[in-house]
Design a protein around this ligand. Structure first.
Ligand code: FE
Length: 295
């Protein structure tokens, strides 16, 4: 066995490293009532990463950038996931769900057949930072009952690995058996917030058929696969290719990153603003239902 084979697969040759397909800087934009953010998925550079439809990163200590928030707006056909790194956000929706999350907290909202919600900063100054991810629903679940789950930092387990890596498990289960509070999501997502000390390695099995990305919050990473290593810097998104394991090393300054994976749906996507369906006709129906007050 040569070194290349050893690096490509584990001892049983069961896990294949995922290469990096592409590394992206986000596109600065604004959304809601004028919130400044950087879009990584759902932009001209990367329109979708099945089943992920959108990934926004927002970060500012200037209230003018975020104070207008995201007043009432509808959604149908997918799930919106907000994870905060700093600050506070309040959620309220037409199904009667509401809550406030703070740094380290997650809101997982299933819009299903339709919901009207608002997402507003619960602060007038200070730093607000976090992510919004849109996860698609398969056709047979697009019109499901809306649902809402909210978990605070204290409810999210932290897995401490021998290497020194600290892994906050928000959704899914790690290969070491730590299970996040977000469960029963149809696309079986894995959503991890990982702290790596300087020069520390991290690897995780990821099911084939799932799409995976890593977002570097701070520091830098080297992503490893059979015959290459690629550096991913802070505020960059790296999209993984086909395989069954991700493998990376933090650089000399360490790294904090999100690792997110979920089952690809391989269905047609018809998308119009806050509605994501399979066909043009279903989008027209969504607009009609919203306009006639059926959300
Ligand atoms: Fe929304």
């Amino acid at each position: 066995m040569n070194d290349m084979v050893r690096e490509c697969a584990d001892v049983n040759h069961e896990l294949i490293d995922r290469p990096i397909d592409r590394i992206l800087d986000g596109q600065p934009t604004s959304d809601g009532a004028g919130v400044r953010l950087t879009r990584y998925i759902g932009s001209q550079l990367l329109s979708e990463l099945d089943p992920f439809l959108l990934l926004d990163f927002f970060e500012s200590d200037n209230p003018d950038d975020y104070i207008a928030g995201f007043p009432s707006h509808p959604h149908r056909g997918f799930e919106t996931v907000t994870y905060l790194l700093a600050g506070k956000m309040r959620h309220g929706d037409s199904a009667g769900h509401s809550g406030v999350i703070e740094a380290g907290g997650i809101q997982w909202m299933t819009a299903g057949r339709g919901i009207i919600h608002s997402e507003m900063p619960e602060q007038e100054n200070g730093r607000l930072a976090g992510f919004q991810l849109w996860v698609n629903l398969p056709s047979q679940k697009k019109l499901c009952e809306p649902a809402y789950h909210e978990y605070h930092k204290e409810e999210i387990p932290v897995e401490s690995r021998l290497s020194g890596a600290e892994v906050r498990v928000i959704a899914g289960m790690t290969s070491e058996g730590t299970k996040g509070p977000v469960s029963d999501v149809v696309t079986s997502p894995l959503y991890l917030d990982i702290d790596l000390p300087a020069n520390t390695g991290f690897e995780e099995a990821t099911p084939q058929g799932h799409s995976c990305f890593v977002f570097v919050i701070d520091g830098a990473l080297e992503v490893l696969d059979c015959d290459s290593r690629e550096t991913v810097g802070a505020r960059q998104l790296a999209v993984f290719g086909v395989g069954s394991r991700v493998r990376m090393n933090a650089g000399a300054t360490g790294a904090r990153l999100l690792l997110v994976c979920a089952q690809a749906l391989h269905e047609p996507v018809a998308r119009y603003g806050p509605f994501v369906m399979n066909t043009r006709e279903e989008i027209e129906q969504a607009v009609e239902d919203f306009n006639s007050g059926q959300f």
